[in-house]
Design a protein around this ligand. Structure first.
Ligand SMILES: *Cc1c(COP(=O)(O)O)cnc(C)c1O
Length: 395
């Protein structure tokens, strides 16, 4: 047990826990009692490892970025989650949880999705592993994210519109929870980031930790040393960052940099920087940092990137930031856009807008010439092309 591991009752310091209504308790408790056993079992490990390799295409490459390294006078490596099947890291978690659901005897999967990326990953895992899949999505998001809605339908998932509240992610989450309460026997709720009540943050971090396990092996090959000087990743809920940091947490020489979405600027009121601009509170079953008013109403977040547009952050990150183990920076919409353009023009890789926030941290840090810096490219930019076109060419 490392210094930064979750406690038995789901706490990271005073963050985390499982703050759920009584009616949800049996479902969450059932998962808590089973998840570590299942993760450690040969049956799980064999299938997960095989699918990560033969289906997702892992290990994803670690690419030395020669031109970026020149620009920032250091050694920059890119961890290429954009090359995972479906185009982002979310598939690692979705496949892991769907295997777990099957091993717990569940026959039906539910999930919630905002931009649709987690919905697509879950629908993909369900098609592959032959599970019934319903994805709750805000009615407004269904309109805004038509291509991902189409992908989910093509994959055989049923997309259920949430028509309460603002008709966005929070409302979809409420409806998914209501469904789970009504169907505790046959249904498994797949959560898409290191958020929610214990054990989800720990479960998702463990499933995504394959990212930093591979980084260590690949860095050793590239540089002779498995420890980098920096690991940089964006955080929405924080799952790609948790996966990128996980196997370095106890190596205190490795600087961990988490990059939040600054939106129009930290002081603009239009931001999604929940650690920089949030306060402690409870959201989606977990004590963490979130953006709220003085009387505890959630403040609508804003970011150009749909995947970072979340008012809270996983409790692990609240804790790592609180302890000073991770440094939290933010990047504005404009900084992320500029970083996306630079990577594309210099290295021929079009990153997701989310990942561009991690890249936008590079000019904010002071590197030494012989530092080894790893930036996680959490996903590819295909889904963001309309935004890129509008911002770069529609002037
Ligand atoms: C969803 C998403 C994110 C944000 O989620 P995390 O849980 O913070 O990783 C980042 N990048 C991409 C490409 C995504 O799809």
């Amino acid at each position: 047990m490392g210094k930064y591991s979750v406690s038995d009752n789901g706490m990271y310091g005073h963050f985390g826990g499982a703050w759920v209504p009584e009616m949800l308790y049996p479902n969450v408790e059932n998962l808590r009692q089973n998840y570590l056993k299942i993760l450690a079992s040969d049956e799980f490990q064999k299938l997960f490892t095989q699918l990560m390799k033969d289906y997702v295409g892992r290990p994803t490459p670690l690419t030395y970025a020669e031109k970026l390294s020149d620009i920032y006078s250091t050694n920059i490596y890119l961890k290429r989650e954009d090359l995972a099947h479906t185009g982002a890291h979310k598939i690692n978690n979705a496949i892991g949880q769907v295997i777990m659901a099957k091993m717990m005897g569940k026959t039906r999967i539910i999930a919630e999705t905002g931009a649709g990326q987690h919905g697509v990953a879950t629908a993909t895992a369900c098609a592959l592993l032959d599970m019934k899949c319903q994805v709750y999505m805000g009615a407004l998001d269904i309109e805004r994210q038509a291509p991902n809605v189409a992908r989910m339908r093509m994959l055989g998932a049923e997309v259920v519109p949430a028509t309460s509240g603002n008709c966005t992610l929070k409302d979809a989450t409420n409806e998914a929870l209501r469904d789970w309460i009504s169907n505790p026997e046959d249904t498994f709720y797949v959560i898409g980031s290191v958020v929610g009540p214990h054990p989800y943050p720990d479960l998702v971090a463990r499933l995504q930790s394959i990212i930093s396990k591979e980084m260590r092996e690949q860095l050793k090959e590239h540089t002779g040393n498995e420890l980098p000087d920096y690991v940089i990743a964006c955080i929405g809920g924080g799952s790609n960052a948790a996966g990128s940091f996980y196997n370095f947490l106890d190596d205190e020489s490795v600087k961990l940099i988490a990059v939040e979405a600054g939106g129009l600027g930290l002081d603009s009121g239009e931001t999604a920087a929940s650690i920089a601009r949030g306060t402690e509170g409870i959201i989606h079953g977990s004590r963490t940092m979130l953006m709220q008013t003085d009387d505890g109403q959630i403040v609508e977040p804003y970011s150009i990137s749909a995947g970072l547009d979340y008012p809270g952050v996983g409790p692990l990150h609240a804790y790592l930031a609180h302890c000073g183990r991770e440094t939290v920076l933010s990047a504005t919409d404009d900084e992320a856009l500029a970083a996306a353009r630079l990577l594309t023009m210099k290295e021929g890789i079009i990153p997701a807008l989310e990942s561009s926030h991690a890249l936008a941290a590079l000019p904010k840090l002071k590197f030494k010439k012989d530092d080894n810096v790893v930036v996680t490219i959490s996903g590819r930019g295909d889904k963001d092309m309309a935004t890129y076109m509008k911002r770069f060419f529609d002037k």
